[in-house]
Design a protein around this ligand. Structure first.
Ligand code: MTE
Length: 331
């Protein structure tokens, strides 16, 4: 599939168009410094991409210090998708339904000031300013596969920390079983809200144990840089073993609940988009197969489709969460 140019100077990247290794690994060094306690200084630079494009000495592609082993084992060594694809081929319906709409329109999103309200069944509810969230736990780089329900996938180096760090801070009550994520719905900033394609705001939810799993990432950046607006700035979720739509972008509220919350895609078409939405090649979407996927950046006449893996390849890490469950029924 071709991507229409978003501006006259935009050149569609080739499969080989990845961040040069030295620059990429230099960013890793920067991340290590951040993880190592220089967070304040490094965060000040986040506003400017230029600062991050500075060459830095290459470092070994080692697990970042402090990365929990459950996460380190899940890190893919696959080649990351080109930055221009990851930031140019998006689903963010608040900015339009075309794949290049978010990159064209999301500049209107205001990411400061930004707060995330935490409410519901927690001992310590509150409003977190984005600045406080950025320093709540050490930042890590996590290279995850992202598999969209539509049948394409990418490999993206995200920057963030496990959502569990925030969950621990707010002390969920024993009655809390689900976590709901509500995202921004402001018609002045988001032209896509004029369309009734979804029941706004875009809402997603996880079971509490899924939300607490170390792989579930609260992401603030990608490719060593602050998140582009179209990828869900200033803060989003990344749940790598589930179809991409579970990874809510531009989150403004996190609510802990006893009952399973209604979610945007499930409300729109319950028979097509289940609550769990775990990546599963054995459970087809009613209108298409989920057995294979197309890696963005590898299109072309002779590009072979890849086999989709159960839980998107993270079965060893997350399979236990679904022990004894009928995955055909709980799709
Ligand atoms: N979050 C919001 N608020 N609105 C959306 O339309 N789309 C979802 C998810 N999060 C969406 C969203 C879908 S369908 C996918 S596949 C991923 O975001 C895409 O993330 P990416 O554009 O960073 O690859």
């Amino acid at each position: 599939m071709l991507i229409r140019p978003r501006d006259p100077g935009f050149v569609h990247p080739q499969a080989s168009d990845i961040t040069p290794r030295a620059v990429y690994e230099g960013r890793r060094a920067w991340l290590r410094r951040m993880a190592g306690g220089a967070a304040g200084a490094a965060l000040a630079g986040w506003a400017g991409r230029e600062a991050l494009a500075q060459p830095a000495p290459p470092v070994k592609r080692a697990a970042l210090s402090g990365t929990p082993s459950a996460v380190a084992g899940a890190m893919t060594m696959e080649k990351p998708t080109g930055y221009q694809d990851a930031a140019g081929y998006n689903n963010f319906y608040e900015f339009g339904i075309g794949k290049d709409d978010p990159a064209r329109h999301a500049h209107t999103l205001k990411t400061r000031p930004w707060t995330v309200e935490v409410e519901g069944l927690v001992g310590k509810p509150g409003r977190f300013a984005i600045e406080d969230l950025l320093t709540l736990a050490p930042m890590e780089e996590r290279i995850y596969r992202l598999r969209c329900v539509e049948g394409w996938s990418m490999v993206i180096p995200w920057v963030g920390y496990s959502l569990s760090a925030l969950i621990k801070r707010v002390e969920p009550l024993g009655s809390a079983r689900y976590v709901e994520f509500v995202t921004l719905a402001d018609p002045r900033q988001m032209p896509g809200l004029r369309s009734r394609v979804l029941d706004w705001p875009y809402v997603e939810a996880l079971r509490l144990d899924e939300a607490q799993h170390p792989l579930t990432l609260l992401a603030f950046g990608m490719y060593g840089e602050v998140l582009p607006h179209q990828n869900g700035a200033p803060v989003r979720l990344v749940v790598p073993w589930k179809y991409g739509f579970k990874s809510a972008k531009s989150i403004v509220k996190i609510r802990f609940a006893e009952k399973q919350p209604g979610t945007a895609w499930n409300k729109a078409a319950a028979n097509e988009y289940g609550f769990y939405s775990n990546v599963n090649p054995g459970v087809d979407h009613p209108r298409w197969s989920q057995a294979t996927e197309r890696r963005i950046g590898e299109d072309g006449l002779f590009a072979k489709k890849r086999k989709t893996l159960l839980f998107n390849g993270y079965e060893a890490q997350v399979g236990q969460l679904y022990a004894g469950m009928d995955l055909q029924k709980n799709y």
